[in-house]
Structures are given as C-alpha cells and as structure tokens.
Design a protein around this ligand. Structure first.
Ligand code: DQA
Length: 481
C-alpha cells in the first residue's frame, strides 16, 4: 500500500460503514490505511460517510469539499476512496471538482465496485429526480483491489456483485463466464484470477471508447431492463439482482429477434440462479409498468431506447431498437412451430433409389431437422402419408398451430389439383421441397401444380433442401428480409 502510494504527497482516506457512534479511527480498514500512509511520511485524515445510495447526494459532496478545505488540502493533495461504489462515485466527483480537479485513488472493497464501478472514470451523485444526474468523467490515478477485503462483505452483496462478473464474461470472456457457471466454491477459490479477468473486459472496452460514443454501450447489457425493474422495486432489488433479471430478459429479446440461438437465455438464467441471483421479473411487476419505466429513462436521455444484446457467450452487440418486449416475461416467447410434411413413397427413403434420393431414412432425416430446428428457435412437427386425403387433412389442421409448412408432395407434386388447392387455402407460408433436382430429370417432373401457390421451391440438395427451407421460414417468421 505505502509503496503503491509513494507518489502521494498527502492523502485523505474515508470509508463507508454502519455509523453507530464510534470514531472513524475504530474502523480497521481506515486505521490500517492511515497507518501505512503515515509510516511513509504522508499526512492523512479520514472522513466517513453513511452507507448506501441515500448518501450519494450533492449535500454529501458539499460536505466533503468543506472537509477537504479545513485541514488545508490543496491541488497536490490526493483523495483515496476506500469503500464500495457509492464511496468511489462521491470521492471521485469531489476530487474532480475540488480546486478544479485533484488526483484520486480508488480502493474498491465491494465486488460490484471491483468488477465494475471502479473502472471507467465515471464519478457523480444522485439528484432527487434520479440516479447519477450530476457527475464528471475523472479517472483515478490508480485502482487498487485486494480480494481479501471481500471476506467482510455481506453475502447478499457478494451475490449481487457477481452479476457484474457474469456480465463481463458474457461480453468478452467465455472462460470467465464458464468459471461463474461452476458455482461459488470455484469462484471463491480463485478471486485472484476472476477479479482481474472481469476488470480486463471492462478496461479493454473503456480504453477503446472512453466517453461512451459507441462500443462502450455493450457494458449496458442487462441494464436497460435491469434499471427499470430496480426502480420499480423501489430499490428492494439490489443492483446486481436487477442486472441478472435484465440480462436474462435481454437474452430472450435477442433470441426473439433472431440474433441469438434459442437456449442462450436459459443458459444465462441457470448461471445466475446457481449463484443465488434472481432471473425472472418479479410476479408483481407487469410488462406495461416496465415499458413505462424504460420510456421514462428514454425521455431523460431524449434518445431512442437501444439495447445491448447478447449474440452468444463472449459477444454482445449494442444499438438494437426492440419495440415488442413481450418475450421478456413468463419464461420467454412461444416458439414458432413448423409442419414438415412428406408425401407418398418418402417413407421408403434409404432403400428407394438411393442414387437419386440418398441413403438417409425418413427417421434420420426428421431427426436431423429437429436438431437443426432448436438452433433456429423453431419447433418442428413431422408427418408422412401416402394418401392425398391425409396430406390435405394435415395441411388443414396445421392452420391451428403452425407458422409455416415445409412440404415435399412427392409424386403428387406433378398431378394433384386437390393438394394445390389445400396449400392455396390455408393462409400459411409453404415452401415446396424436393430431395432430387426435379427440373433436371424427366419432363413430367418439371411440372409442379404446387409451386405457384408456395412462397418458394428448393430442390436438388438432398435432405438439406428441407434444412434450407426451414432456415428460410425462420427468417421469414422473424421478419428478416
Ligand atoms: C421427390 C421428386 C418427385 O418427383 C418424386 O415423385 C418423389 C420425390 C423428391 O423429393 O425429389 O417422390 O419429391
């Protein structure tokens, strides 16, 4: 400590703690720091502030300016912030504004401050109208973290703080994320690795974009919805708890708009709940309230609400405007169901002219499609019949539950007016598929009665004709052009 601070001519230490009367000197952290700085020849004194967000006011800042002046702090003096995020914000802002700015050093002692709040140079205070409405970018000369200080942290604070570590993993460090999925024992055995990794993710981003002009917005992952639920809970939810809820909800949005694979939100939810974080929007909050609260924030910034959304673990992209956020509630959105319909003789796949139709059996083909459908965020239901009537019935019934149909009408392609009429009447997007390249075969196969009433036709790629059709339907359903 003393060596690290060797450049400091004077130092002011303060710490946030439960104020119940004792003098600040009785607080071991402050005493320890005072002592080590004094033994190196610095003159120090401490100021203590009451814990919690309620202290983050302009009144506290003004009080601090007074405390700085009294013992004669001048432009060469340095402020040392010893405490959690609130202390860092206040100390940094007081340092940023005292005598037009003096240096400061941040010694975060909470997990959320170590992993997130201490980095990036944001300092400030709240106004009665809202959080962080006044402040300045004023980077500390040094951030000094000592994981052993976490031993004194209340459990609930620790759990809340780990949300920012999970967030760092999702943004840019899959290994860190993986460590978080392995439970508290693994995490607590490795603070010396975990905290620097979480810090590195943020440092890399803030170095690339110090004033939040672009990529830095990825750090807002989980915060657009998280802030809304945090405020709606009247701050009964801790910041990290709200961020966990927000990350899961925003991953659901990413799935819904098709930039993330189905399953990502549940994966993040499992990681959060395993560490004791909540992951669902509290039952007493409804979608309208959340939307309203997000809009309040939007009005304040006079900009459109833009989400930073996860694409996969290790990649988050900023700048998504999502108008329909219904998917965030009730465990997600209903998956679109696609009917894959096979016509006559396709039950013989595998044994039927393999040189034309390949070696795959119908069961194998169907299970490949089901596998692929999960990644596309679709549910696939398959049906085969040799009978024209059964195929027509299947198309009619699909109107009730399907969002689209992938249809190989087999030999009926070339002959069936009745199937053509069924496709035309159900009002669902239908893609005609064929395993073989029908247009390069006999003349009669070039004629399709079905094609004109389908949204498109794919043929000649074996079982992958079906896969291509599924992909296309997934894009169409998600509204991608
Ligand atoms: C087929 C092509 C049709 O011409 C033929 O009658 C079939 C299979 C195909 O998938 O290539 O049964 O639809």
């Amino acid at each position: 400590m003393a060596q690290e601070n060797a450049v400091l001519p004077d130092a002011l230490c303060w710490h946030e703690f439960s104020w119940d009367g004792p003098e600040c000197q009785s607080f071991p952290g402050t005493v320890h720091m005072d002592k080590s700085l004094r033994s190196e020849g610095y003159s120090t004194f401490s100021v203590i502030i009451s814990p919690g967000e309620t202290s983050k006011t302009v009144a506290t800042i003004s009080h601090l300016w007074g405390e700085f002046l009294a013992p004669g702090m001048e432009r060469r003096s340095t402020v040392v912030a010893l405490g959690g995020g609130v202390v860092g914000d206040l100390a940094g802002f007081a340092a940023a504004t005292y005598m037009r700015g003096i240096p400061w050093v941040n010694v975060p002692t909470s997990l959320v401050a170590m992993a997130d709040a201490s980095l990036g140079g944001k300092t400030g205070a709240d106004l009665p109208q809202g959080k962080n409405l006044v402040g300045a970018f004023h980077a500390p000369k040094m951030v000094l973290t000592d994981p052993s200080t976490l031993r004194t942290l209340p459990r609930a604070e620790m759990v809340s703080g780990i949300a920012e570590v999970i967030k760092a993993g999702i943004i840019g460090d899959p290994e860190l994320y993986k460590a978080c999925t392995q439970g508290w024992e693994r995490i607590e055995a490795d603070w010396d690795e975990i905290i620097p990794r979480a810090m590195s993710v943020k440092i890399e981003i803030i170095e690339a974009d110090p004033f939040e002009e672009g990529i830095r917005a990825v750090l807002n992952l989980g915060h657009t919805i998280g802030h809304a639920v945090e405020r709606l809970s009247n701050y009964q939810l801790r910041h990290g708890e709200a961020v966990a809820i927000g990350m899961v909800a925003e991953a659901r949005l990413a799935e819904k708009i098709g930039i993330a694979q189905h399953g990502l939100a549940n994966e993040i939810k499992d990681a959060c709940t395993r560490l004791g974080l909540p992951a669902e929007v509290p039952a007493e909050m409804n979608l309208e309230e959340i939307q309203e609260m997000i809009k309040v924030d939007k009005k304040r910034s006079s900009a459109k609400v833009k989400y930073a959304l996860p694409v996969r673990i290790g990649e988050v992209r900023p700048g998504y405007e999502v108008s329909d956020i219904e998917a965030i509630l009730n465990g997600g959105f209903d998956m679109s169901i696609i009917l894959v319909l096979h016509g006559p003789n396709l039950n013989l796949l595998g044994q039927r002219e393999p040189e034309v139709y390949g070696n795959l059996t119908l069961d194998e083909l169907d299970s490949r499609l089901k596998e692929a459908s999960e990644q596309l965020g679709l549910e696939v239901r398959t049906f085969q019949s040799n009978g024209e009537g059964a195929l027509i019935d299947a198309l009619h019934e699909a109107q009730e539950w399907a969002s689209g149909v992938v249809f190989n009408p087999g030999g009926y392609t070339h002959t069936s007016v009745a199937l053509r009429d069924a496709v035309a009447s159900i009002g669902l997007p239908v893609i005609e598929v064929h395993l073989s390249h029908v247009d390069a075969r006999e003349d009669f196969r070039r004629r399709s009665l079905i094609s004109p009433v389908c949204v498109g036709k794919i043929s000649g790629f074996g079982w992958r004709s079906y896969l291509l059709a599924l992909r296309e339907l997934a894009w169409q359903i998600k509204g991608e052009v």
